[in-house]
Design a protein around this ligand. Structure first.
Ligand code: ADE
Length: 266
């Protein structure tokens, strides 16, 4: 066989294959946050790796892998590590609920995370808490405290947010915010802490996974964005509101993501 003649075909195959094998990852922390997306997939295939259920297949014609990361930064980091070691990703979208911190944010509102910050990583001494920048595996701190999401995915989220259908939870139609999302291993149910997160970090919503996923995506150079819908306001009533609104808020975020995937296919 004349290998020289086959060379162009081999080169074409090599160029085509990485693109072909790439998938968009869509991740949530809980079943409610991913169920709409798995249900919308065409014949999803379930594979369990490292204890994590991965649903692969097409969503609105796009190759995706959908997974539940589990609650908290450790679960989110573990799931992202297993995901990235087993799939070639073109990008990652995190979808789910959060505690709204902006004074005008109401349950059902959307927050598009333009950057993520880990607010329980730092130094605690008698003067209080000083947050630290992210550190990579060699111990080097990242130059900035905030981890920026991918600008194209942010733009796409904004576009999709105008097209998505939402369940109205409060007295008005859901509002769209964009800005910092804060992450900690704490379910925030304290108005003083909520105010501190808003004033100290300019954080519009708080949750328990986003910055951990963002950290790994940045490390591996995977474009990412975090979309959240408010289930509560991180105040004294947070756990009551969370239980009441987690369903519709998770649906609002997932519906936005469905629109994003549609836009990607146009
Ligand atoms: N996810 C939804 N509501 C939250 C809250 N109040 N704190 C942390 N994570 C949340």
């Amino acid at each position: 066989m004349d290998l020289k003649k086959l060379l162009p075909a081999i080169l074409l195959l090599l160029l085509w294959f990485p693109g072909y094998s790439q998938r968009l990852a869509i991740m949530g922390a809980m079943d409610q946050e991913i169920s709409i997306l798995v249900e919308a997939m065409h014949k999803p295939k379930l594979s369990t790796i490292g204890g994590i259920d991965f649903y692969t297949g097409k969503l609105k014609g796009k190759k995706v892998v959908v997974l539940k990361a589990g609650i908290g930064k450790v679960n989110a980091a573990y799931s992202t590590a297993v995901l990235t070691q087993n799939f070639t990703l073109e990008g990652l979208i995190f979808t789910g609920v959060a505690g709204g911190l902006h004074p005008e944010a109401l349950p059902g509102d959307i927050v598009i995370g333009t950057s993520l910050v880990q607010v329980d990583f730092g130094m605690l001494n008698s003067d209080g808490f000083t947050p630290w920048n992210f550190r990579n595996l060699s111990g080097e701190p990242h130059p900035e405290l905030l981890l920026s999401a991918d600008s194209s995915l942010i733009q796409l989220s904004l576009q999709a947010s105008k097209l998505a259908e939402y369940e109205a939870i409060s007295t008005r139609a859901p509002r769209i915010f964009q800005g910092v999302i804060s992450t900690s291993d704490l379910f925030v149910s304290d108005p003083v802490k909520a105010k501190w997160l808003y004033s100290e970090f300019n954080s519009l919503a708080t949750e328990m996974e986003g910055a951990a996923v963002a950290h790994i995506c940045r490390f591996l150079e995977i474009p990412f964005v975090v979309i959240r819908s408010c289930s509560d306001n991180a105040n004294t009533d947070a756990h009551v509101d969370f239980n009441a609104f987690v369903g519709p808020a998770a649906a609002n975020s997932a519906n936005l993501v469905l629109r994003m995937v549609e836009l990607m296919q146009q």
